[in-house]
Design a protein around this ligand. Structure first.
Ligand code: NAD
Ligand code: ZN
Length: 342
């Protein structure tokens, strides 16, 4: 089969023929239909510092996908041939304290599909049944292919109650935009999103987030004035990884405000702890998705009318992967989806 393989410890990826995988016990083989390209894939493609530490070569990369089950291993009872599925990108150990308690998203021994386990940028992928999410028949295939980052957005958005609250989302990347759309759909009052990239702010507006501001031009204090807010934001979703964005967020929260942090800073960052203490803020780190509560919530949100499809701005044949990474590196895109059915 064809697969995009990180063959060498250097920039780039190789499209090559590799053996088709087989289903082991409690595993299935999935024919991949569409895949999303994630920032993680871009790190691996560019071979930055993080990738050099995290990835072992050779490995097939990619973890955002939708596909159909084409082979079933021994002892698989819950899935059938032809089922439309996506996969949770974290393989958990099953025996640490958190796994044993059913809190699999808190496993300390997780392995990443497409990072240190064969990924989905291939015609076929094998996964354990414990990592499958079966889609409803009416799901849009492209939307199904980005359930993984949609799940990051949902997991971050629902860390704290947002109904009737004023929510600040810093970073209008695909995940920030989806997070903003989720809290808006769920009943937040004002939803403000910030970025420093006008194209991404425009994309946010296309998804219905009208309060989209370039922080180089408009301060969060001005935004609050414009919206008639007097006491600061109740909930913050940090989706940029940018230290300045996080510092501005802390300075603009209401007393007792709650922040969920998904954005990954490139290194240690300073924050003004006096602001955290005297504003009595709660800050919670967020990683991945909740297995499988986030997946349930995603399916439910879509069926309740949330439309995240406009966040997908580019569609390409998998053979054009170089172009996909070029678009991602330029940063003016939303989600880029590769088609594996060509
Ligand atoms: P992205 O890089 O596409 O988007 C980040 C956005 O932040 C960009 O549009 C950038 O222009 C913007 N930004 C930069 N400086 C800013 C500032 N000062 N104020 C406001 N915005 C600013 O990333 P994404 O794919 O949407 O993911 C969002 C973040 O979440 C990234 O940091 C990513 O690494 C992280 N992430 C974390 C997890 C996790 O499990 N914790 C999973 C996926 C992604
Ligand atoms: Zn575990």
């Amino acid at each position: 089969m064809k697969a995009l393989v990180k063959t060498h410890a250097e920039k780039g990826l190789t499209l090559q023929d590799v053996p088709e995988p087989k289903a082991g016990s409690r595993e299935v083989v999935i024919k991949v239909e569409k895949t999303g390209v994630c920032g993680t894939d871009l790190h691996i493609y560019n071979w930055d510092e993080w990738a050099q530490k995290a990835v072992k070569v050779p490995n097939i990369i990619g973890h955002e996908f939708v596909g159909r089950i084409v082979e079933i291993g021994n002892d698989v009872v819950d899935f059938s041939l032809g089922d439309l599925v996506s996969g949770e990108g974290h393989l958990v150990c099953g025996h640490c304290r958190n796994c044993m308690a059913g809190r699999r998203h808190l496993c300390r021994e997780t392995r990443g599909v497409g990072v240190n386990h064969p990924g989905c940028f291939a015609e076929y992928i094998t996964l354990p049944v414990t990592n499958l999410w079966e889609h409803h028949g009416d799901v849009d295939l492209e939307v199904a292919s980005i359930f993984d980052p949609f799940g990051n957005a949902v997991h971050t958005a629902f860390q704290f109650p947002c109904v009737c609250e004023d929510v600040l989302v810093t970073g209008a990347g695909p995940i920030g935009i989806m997070g903003a759309a989720v809290v808006k759909h769920a009943g937040a009052r004002h939803v403000v999103i910030t970025d420093v990239n006008p194209k991404r702010l425009e994309l946010a507006r296309r998804l219905g987030i009208e309060h989209a501001f370039d922080v180089r031009e408009t301060s969060l204090a001005d935004v609050q004035k414009e919206l008639g807010m007097e006491e600061g934001f109740d909930v913050g979703l940090e989706m940029s990884g940018n230290p300045q964005a996080f510092q501005d967020m802390i300075a603009n929260m209401s007393h007792g405000g709650k922040i969920s942090m998904l954005g990954i800073p490139s290194g240690p960052m300073n924050i003004d702890w006096n602001q955290v203490i005297f504003s009595m803020l709660t800050i919670k780190g967020v990683y991945g998705r909740e297995m499988y509560e986030s997946w349930y919530q995603m399916s439910s949100l879509l069926r309740a009318g949330l439309d995240i499809k406009p966040v997908i701005t580019h569609r390409m044949d998998y053979k054009d992967f170089e172009k996909a990474f070029e678009v991602m590196n330029a940063g003016d895109c939303g989600k880029v989806v590769l088609d594996w059915n060509t």
